[in-house]
Design a protein around this ligand. Structure first.
Ligand SMILES: O=C(CO)COP(=O)(O)O
Length: 227
């Protein structure tokens, strides 16, 4: 699928990143036909050395050919109890290893129903993003937990509200806050990609289910390339 996608988009006008499971990072990165597609991991450890059996250090991902790593995905936060402080420490390790960190934030459905969405993502943003982050080294992904894999998405106005809020938070904290890429994630499909990419401060997408097949991911890439 990676090779098929690369063949379909030999010179894309947007960046393409595939983050396969750790067991496939090296194979994907060394695929002769990967073209412009970049490869990332889905998590890394905070440490650069030491005894951490089963964990994958950022430097190991870089050695395997990864350029990026996703950190603080809601499944990591839920399944492994990852806190903002841990995500930040992982991001620091990723930056030290020369990786670009794709840091995820997002509210649960209970948070949204209680009117806490901006509080939650704001706290996650402050807590999870290292102080030495730059627009070149950190990407933020807004992923409402209730939209992941469910086929449900926030309204475009709700996406805009959160993305504008995240942008304001980045601008207030970082000199180049305007330049950070803000991805939306959660049930992005070929059918809704173009309208989501037209939303204020949406610079791209973090795609799960629709990234597994080149025939689904391709139209999403095309929608971003022409956004
Ligand atoms: O976060 C995501 C994948 O990890 C998003 O998944 P879906 O695009 O399948 O909703």
């Amino acid at each position: 699928e990676v090779a098929a996608l690369a063949a379909a988009y030999p010179a894309p006008t947007c960046e393409m990143l595939i983050c396969p499971p750790a067991t496939l990072v090296a194979a994907a990165a060394s695929l002769p036909g990967r073209g412009a597609i970049q490869i990332g991991g889905q998590d890394c450890h905070t440490g650069t050395s030491g005894a951490h059996t089963g964990d994958i250090a950022a430097g190991m991902l870089a050695d395997a050919g990864a350029s990026h790593v996703i950190l603080g995905h809601s499944e990591r936060r839920a399944d492994h109890g990852e806190t903002d402080a841990l995500v930040r420490a992982k991001a620091e390790a990723a930056l030290a290893a020369g990786l670009i960190a794709v840091i995820c934030v997002g509210e649960t459905e209970a948070d949204r129903d209680a009117g806490r969405t901006l509080d939650v993502v704001g706290t996650q943003l402050v807590g999870s993003v290292p102080d030495d982050a730059t627009a070149a080294t950190v990407v933020i992904a807004y992923e409402p937990v209730w939209a992941i894999g469910t086929g449900r998405t926030p309204t475009l106005a709700q996406i805009a509200e959160v993305h504008d809020f995240l942008r304001a938070g980045l601008v207030a904290r970082f000199d180049d806050g305007d330049g950070f890429r803000l991805l939306y994630g959660g049930s992005v499909k070929p059918a809704n990609a173009a309208e989501i990419f037209a939303v204020s401060n949406v610079d791209g997408a973090l795609v799960g289910g629709a990234s597994l097949k080149a025939q689904d991911f391709g139209p999403i890439v095309a929608a971003l390339a022409s956004a």
